[in-house]
Design a protein around this ligand. Structure first.
Ligand SMILES: Nc1ncnc2c1ncn2[C@@H]1O[C@H](COP(=O)(O)OP(=O)(O)OP(=O)(O)O)[C@@H](O)[C@H]1O
Ligand SMILES: [Mg+2]
Length: 223
């Protein structure tokens, strides 16, 4: 039996002023997929991830999540999906300096009404331990290396147990060893049933995925 369909984009378009970045994006994402999206700098990869993750809107086309058109969903429902269905690993980490490692990791959990700070801290510590960051839990985020920051970003992305992980150049600033560590974690997550969308300009990194797409001229094509 085919895996459940999670997301369907049909002819989705997005422009910034007169620059048509996404022209006709048609994409179906099923549960358990591990998709890489490769494309040149400026091709619109981050823009596409932001649209997919409901962090940014689109101009035209259809976007359905769990068979619900996104345009029909109420704002609070979209906020819940953004916080609980998706886990984001941003291109520039977007970690908050002046806060400790574990405080950064619990941020998405604090938007959930039913999670106490104590519970969230416990979960954050377990994730940080899993990613070999336990020694750093109380450090200020600005004191970490790039590879360490990326593992904090991964822990934060997972704190609400999202079904779908959107990873934007998760290895872009890392050396080979750290890159392999992060990719290994993504693969393990996919093996455990998580759906992963991995954006990169690196073909070797993209080859980790099970399905390979190229974003070119505002259109997704099979690699
Ligand atoms: N908020 C914005 N306002 C105006 N233009 C934008 C905005 N965000 C992105 N763009 C433009 O849209 C295009 C696509 O940008 P995007 O960040 O999606 O590319 P990318 O494929 O992720 O590139 P990179 O590989 O360098 O990260 C670029 O030309 C960029 O300048
Ligand atoms: Mg980008």
């Amino acid at each position: 039996m085919a895996n459940k369909e999670l997301i369907a984009l049909k002819n989705v378009q997005k422009a910034y002023f007169d620059q048509q970045v996404l022209k006709t994006i048609t994409l179906t994402i099923n549960q358990g997929d591990f998709i890489s999206i490769i494309g040149k700098s400026g091709a619109g990869k981050t823009t596409l991830l932001n649209v997919l993750g409901l962090l940014d809107n689109y101009d035209a086309g259809n976007y359905e999540i769990d068979a619900n058109p996104v345009n029909d969903l109420k704002r609070h429902h979209i906020a819940k999906i953004r916080n609980e269905t998706f886990g984001y690993i941003f291109q520039m980490y977007h970690l908050i300096s002046g806060m400790s490692v574990k405080e950064n990791v619990i941020v998405p959990a604090m938007y959930k009404k039913d999670t106490s700070r104590k519970e969230a801290m416990k979960k954050a510590e377990a994730l940080l331990k899993k990613f070999n960051m336990f020694a750093h839990v109380d450090k200020d985020i600005s004191k970490l290396s790039g590879g360490e920051m990326q593992r904090v970003a991964l822990s934060r992305a997972l704190i609400n147990s999202p079904d779908i992980i959107l990873a934007d150049e998760p290895t872009g600033n890392l050396d080979k060893e750290n890159a392999e560590t992060i990719l290994g974690h993504l693969k393990t997550l996919n093996d455990s049933g998580k759906t992963i969308i991995l954006v990169t300009h690196n073909e070797e990194v993209a080859s980790m995925a099970k399905r390979h797409l190229v974003l070119e001229e505002g259109v997704l094509v099979d690699a």
